[in-house]
Structures are given as C-alpha cells and as structure tokens.
Design a protein. Sequence first.
Length: 373
Amino acid sequence: MIMNGKRIAAIALCLQCIMLSRCIHYTRTDRMRTTMRVSILENAQTVMITGIIGATYCTDKKISAQDKFPVLVKGKHNTVIVNNKTYHGNLELLNVNNAIRVINIVDMEDYLKGVVPCEIGRISPALAEAAKAQAVAARTYACAHIDQYASLGFDLYSTIRDQVYRDMSVETELTNQAIDETKGEILSYQGRPIEAKYHSTCGGQTADFNDAWPGTPPPYLQSVRCTYCETSPHFTWEKRYEAGDFYAGLRMKLKEIGSAIPDSEYIKNISLIRNKRSKRILRVEITTKVRTYTIPGYQVRALFGDKNDPGDLLKSNYVMLGVKDGKIVLWGHGFGHGVGMCQFGAIEMSRQGKTYKEILQHYYTGVKLTRMR
Ligand SMILES: [Zn+2]
C-alpha cells in the first residue's frame, strides 16, 4: 500500500500533542447519522498511529496504555494509519481497563468499502448485482445498529460479531462501485431500517428469526425457499463421531449452556423437533430415565458444535442426527444462522440476471428500499 511504503522519523513534539479532553462530536440521538464509530482494535498495550494529533502531523507515533486518554487523531486527506493499516476517517483512542481501544470514526460509505469485500468475497463484474445487494444489506445493518454500544463509545465491532470491516487494502473497484451505485440506499419496514441479517449459505431454505434467536421475530425475517445456493461448498456437510466422544461432548456442552444433565442419568433418547417451514430444529428433547430435558432451537449450534467448528458453533441448525456404520452422524445443510439474505444465493441470483432489488426482495419479506435521511 502506498500509504505504508514511506516512513519518516517520528516527530518529537508529538508527546505534547495528545489531546486531553473533548471527544469528536457526534449526535447520539440522530439515528440516521452517516458517521459510524467502529471498534477496530481492543486490549492493546501499544499502538502505532499516523495522523494529525492536536495540530501536528505524526508518523508512526507510539501510543501506550500509560498515556493520557482520549487521544483524538484527525486523518490527513481523510486517512489515518493504525499499526501499518490505512483507514478512512479519524480515530479516537480510549483507555479501557488499562488497555487501548481504537475507534475508527468513518463516513458510512467509506465504512462500507471495508465491509462489502470482506462479507461477499472476491466476485467478478458479472456478479455486480450481488455486491450491490450486499452493500444495501450492510448499510442497513449499520443504520439499525447506530448507538448499539453507546455506553462503550462506539456503534459496531469490526468482526463477525457485527460485520467484518478491514482497512483500505481490502477495497476493490467492483465493490466500491457497487457502494457508489447504491449510495444512501437502505431497506426499511414501517419507516425504520430493518435488521438486515445475512449469512453464507442457507442450504435450500432460509431460517425463521426464532430458529437463531429468542424474542419477537420481525415480520420481514421469515423463512423463504432458496434454490440458488446449491453450488456452495457448505450446501451439505456431515460430521461423524464415535458414540463415546459424542455423548461426552454433548454433556460438556449441556453444562456450558446451563442445561447440565447429571452423569448418573443415562441418556436414553434424543429427539429433534422441527420447524416445518424452515426445516430447522425448534427444540431438542433429551430423555433420561429420570426426565426429559428441552433445549431450544437457537442453542442447537452451540449444543452440537465442537472445537473444529468456527466459533465452536455447528455450521447450522438445519441438521439431522443418525447412526451410520456404527458412528453417530450429523448431516447438515448450510453455513451460518440462515436468517435473511443467503450470500451464495445472492451471487447465483446475480449470475442468473436478477437485479439487486430482486435479490433483496426475495430474502427480506415485505420491505421497502428507501434512502437514508
Ligand atoms: Zn440459499
């Protein structure tokens, strides 16, 4: 990256340049503001910063957890460098429990430039409509989560906890163009930005909201048929276990999710009760000689996941359980929570000539495409 290539000596005066007060102002109550605050680094003891601190342009200035905070860094030509990574916008550094948190204060459209390529992956110009659908979904998600962590001083994590956001090195011409061509567009329901959930692969049928989370389901996040993601490497999968390993792992996971079964209780049967529409598991009933334990569907991925799965979560809760060749087998479909837009499906719809509006309307039931105000 050109911004990383040239290094000049740090300017000694920088030590005096750490601003001691006043955060960069933003209005917490304006739900449609267009500047996002994204936590891009946490729990750091030191961080190297290039940008304008106070009135001085500093290059690779070392900030340590012992310095005074907050530290505000203004971008030169709207760019800052954090540990050799270049970002749009400005920074605010906070001290949290004797460690540094770096918050990138970035225009919504610039934020999306670091999100869309991470979330949709590398795609060809023929699949531009999928990139545009991803841009609108990611913009909508961000709008709906403004002030999500207001007490911590930011809106979004830069990980799968919210949306994956990286520095400018991930940007591509194609994804930047998709963002530009949908500038300001979001999905709304009854005048508010929707919870624009999306996932890698649904496996043939997307999930209902409650298949993944408890609570009141938004009417636009309901299961729909998806005939587009069969080419995904995650469309079907299976996992095999020796019976002893499976039950030992199951008991350990039951403990972790707060539904421990005493070791003295022999497990006689495991029943999977399904959501007829989405085919996901509504609840798991584990019967011992003493009683039946019920685990809700939204805990299935944690219940059957193991250390070989990303985040210790089973790839999806669209799964069957059985025995084959003396092994216990989980046969599954899809990857992710399954709610909202199926990304592999969106790519295939784009390949088949569907527009980004058609893609979004397929996966989000009854929503409107509107503009941020
Ligand atoms: Zn799908």
